[in-house]
Write a protein that binds this ligand. Structure first.
Ligand code: GDP
Ligand code: MN
Length: 391
């Protein structure tokens, strides 16, 4: 789960990372008020969306008067900002962060990620911040410094100092960098983060380190024990289809095609995506209903899939171990009744109570296409699309 820059700054500041003073604004008036409250003569107005690349997309602006803050805020709020990370639809700007302007001497890059190979938190840093990490890795790979943290020891002071030196810091900045690194590491570990990124971490004209931008994302599977983090979720920044699925405890990923998929297990879901492609179709989503799905849950899965207007056929593929085919079949029939389904539905059932499940589908009198194998199911789904009849 991602959070906004201002939330990440607040969290990191709580762990001891220096950040510029600022405030959130939901209206142009409030933005101007924030500027007045902060005082000074230079402010930065920043669109709060779950995406990087805002600077290049016009989502970050230096302003020199309250009027400028107000009119820039008015031009941003309520519209979608398209960055190279958001896709063509962009992300809606509903809040801004107004902060005091900083005097930048140097921009550094600092990131904490989970390195799956070493199964540890890895620190990635560069003396050339400001750019996206992907661009940095491409344009200046030699500038990237990587360091793995031993979880039993934590981030040792000598490691942190070594990293500071590698970035060309000296004097009092080394101690400041050690503090920033340890604060980020603690925030990462204590809050079950998946990523902490400060880009840029700047050295100011006065020689101090300040986090000008901050990004954090969290392990969704750990949110149950991090209620303060879970409360920071912003549904306005999520794919509405995925948000609806998450609310119902379904694992859902929206894709571009028109074949809606209801499947149990991520492995079977991936195999089904492959078979659909092999049969010449495109999946509209990846929906895993998990194990032990009740008819109600299956019905909810149908609602979620149908909320995507591109869906023209639904493929249900269940290999029931913990699941029960009769429950799945009941769910499919219930979905027809409750959701008022009109699209073609292809169902492939295998495993526990498969005969009972098939019997329920046959006995329902509904126009459900039954398939025995995964390949048959994928081909039937592709053939059932109204578009494929026209083509
Ligand atoms: P991103 O593009 O979404 O990563 O947004 P950032 O918060 O990183 O802002 C983009 C760029 O705006 C930074 O790399 C800085 O160069 C610039 N910027 C942000 N805040 C300030 C500031 O207070 N003063 C100055 N001079 N530039 C800033
Ligand atoms: Mn940035």
């Amino acid at each position: 789960m991602d959070i906004h820059e201002h939330q990440a700054k607040e969290i990191l500041a709580g762990f001891g990372v220096p950040v510029p003073r600022g405030g959130v604004a939901y209206s142009p008036e409030q933005a101007a008020y924030r500027a007045r409250e902060l005082g000074g003569r230079l402010w930065v107005v920043k669109a709060q969306i779950h995406s990087g690349g805002r600077g290049e997309a016009g989502g970050v602006k230096l302003c020199r008067s309250e009027d400028e803050v107000r009119s820039y805020a008015a031009s941003l709020l309520g519209r979608a900002l398209v960055t190279k990370q958001t896709g063509a639809a962009g992300k809606g700007v509903y809040r801004l962060w107004v902060e005091e302007g900083s005097d930048i001497a140097r921009e550094l890059y600092l990131g904490f990620v989970l390195d799956r190979k070493s199964e540890r938190i890895m620190i990635v840093a560069s003396a050339h911040g400001g750019m996206e990490i992907e661009d940095l890795a491409e344009r200046d790979p030699a500038s990237l410094v990587r360091m793995v943290v031993d979880p039993a020891v934590g981030l040792a002071e000598f490691q942190a100092r070594e990293l500071a030196f590698a970035l060309g810091l000296s004097g009092g900045q080394v101690g400041q960098m050690v503090n920033v690194l340890r604060a980020c590491y603690r925030a990462y570990r204590d809050l079950d983060a998946m990523m902490v990124e400060i880009n840029p971490l700047v050295v100011t004209g006065a020689g101090d380190l300040v986090a000008l931008d901050a990004k954090m994302s969290f392990d969704t599977n750990a949110l149950f024990r991090r209620p303060q983090v879970a409360a920071l979720r912003d549904p306005s920044q999520e794919d509405p289809r995925e948000a609806m699925a998450a609310d119902n405890g379904l694992a859902y990923v929206g894709l571009e095609g028109d074949i809606g998929c209801i499947i149990n297990g991520a492995g079977l879901a991936m195999a089904t995506m492959d078979m659909i492609k092999l049969a010449g179709g495109e999946p509209a989503n990846f929906l895993d209903i998990g194990g032990g799905a009740s008819p109600e849950r299956v019905c909810q899965a149908f609602r979620t899939v149908l909320s995507d207007g591109n869906v023209s056929v639904i493929l249900v593929n269940i290999f029931a171990g913990i699941n029960r085919c009769d429950w799945i079949a009941k769910g499919v029939v219930q979905a027809y009744r409750e959701v008022g389904l009109t699209l073609p539905v292809v169902v492939r059932l295998a495993g526990t109570n498969v005969e009972a499940g098939r019997e329920i589908l046959r006995g329902s009198g509904l126009p459900i296409v039954a398939a025995d194998t995964l390949a048959e199911a994928a081909e039937a789904a592709v053939a059932a699309r109204p578009t494929s009849a026209a083509a």
